[in-house]
Design a protein around this ligand. Structure first.
Ligand code: GLN
Length: 250
């Protein structure tokens, strides 16, 4: 399964956040610790999104993070106080292409999915049929994650509260296939929304920052594991971790 993270806090370079720490996202590309049986490495692409004057900027590429010299160069220069980044392990049957890499974006949002929708594509057909036809025709990639993003984006466009929107998308998918893995990660640069559904996630808070990450990195001692089937809503000063609302699934 992919590895993803989001950071809110004092400005750091992407290199300081993603490449240099012990067990950084870069290391998690070839040596992740906690894939829970979903693949062994995360070499099918890299993506990072950050904010400049409130608007998201994004870099994506469908190669292993360590081979991408353009990313390494960018990471040295680019500073940001809100970042969402991911490395991808493509689910079997899904294409290895740049547009399948997180973060997906729209307006001020950045989004990532770590996991798999079990029974794809059949299991998502009913939900996808409710999507706007143009959204469906212009999906970035023929993957479960791109459809999840379309489902979530539709709710955000309709003005739904982001935390509720995230919970309802999980519920919609889990009602059909509770054996899916649905770690979603969403940010607008000020607040991070993250879920755990059958996959790992850890949380680190300091006085002025918050990080959620599939795997702890840097100094291990100050990370807390997020329990399964929970929602994290965090900004740089407040963090709420609550159980996902119970749906009609096991
Ligand atoms: N299923 C998604 C994809 O193939 C996410 C993969 C993952 O988390 N490993 O892009």
């Amino acid at each position: 399964m992919c590895r993803h993270l989001a950071y809110l806090g004092p400005a750091v370079t992407l290199e300081e956040l993603l490449l240099r720490p012990r067990h950084s996202l870069l290391v998690q590309t070839w040596s992740p610790r906690d894939m829970r049986g979903g693949g062994t490495v995360n070499v099918d692409g890299v993506g990072a999104g950050w904010y400049e004057q409130g608007a998201p900027e994004r870099f994506r590429s469908a190669v292993p993070m360590w081979t991408d010299t353009a990313f390494a160069g960018l990471a040295r220069r680019q500073r940001a106080s809100a970042v969402l980044a991911a490395v991808r392990s493509a689910t079997v049957g899904m294409p290895v292409i740049e547009t399948a890499c997180a973060p997906f974006t729209d307006g001020t949002w950045l989004f990532s999915h770590n996991g798999v929708v079990a029974g794809w594509p059949d299991s998502l057909a009913k939900a996808a049929a409710e999507l706007d036809v143009i959204d469906l025709m212009t999906l970035e990639a023929p993957t479960d994650s791109a459809v999840l993003w379309a489902l979530l984006r539709q709710r955000l466009h309709a003005g739904q509260d982001p935390a509720l929107a995230v919970c309802e998308v999980i519920d919609q998918v889990a009602a059909v296939r509770p054996d899916s893995r649905l770690n979603l990660l969403l940010t607008d640069g000020s607040t991070v929304y993250a879920t755990t559904w059958s996959h790992a996630l850890a949380l680190r808070r300091t006085e002025d920052s918050v990080t959620v990450s599939s795997e702890p990195f840097g100094d291990d001692s100050d990370w807390e594991p997020v329990p399964d089937r929970h929602l994290v809503v965090a900004d740089s000063s407040t963090v709420r971790v609550t159980p996902l609302p119970e749906g009609e699934h096991p």
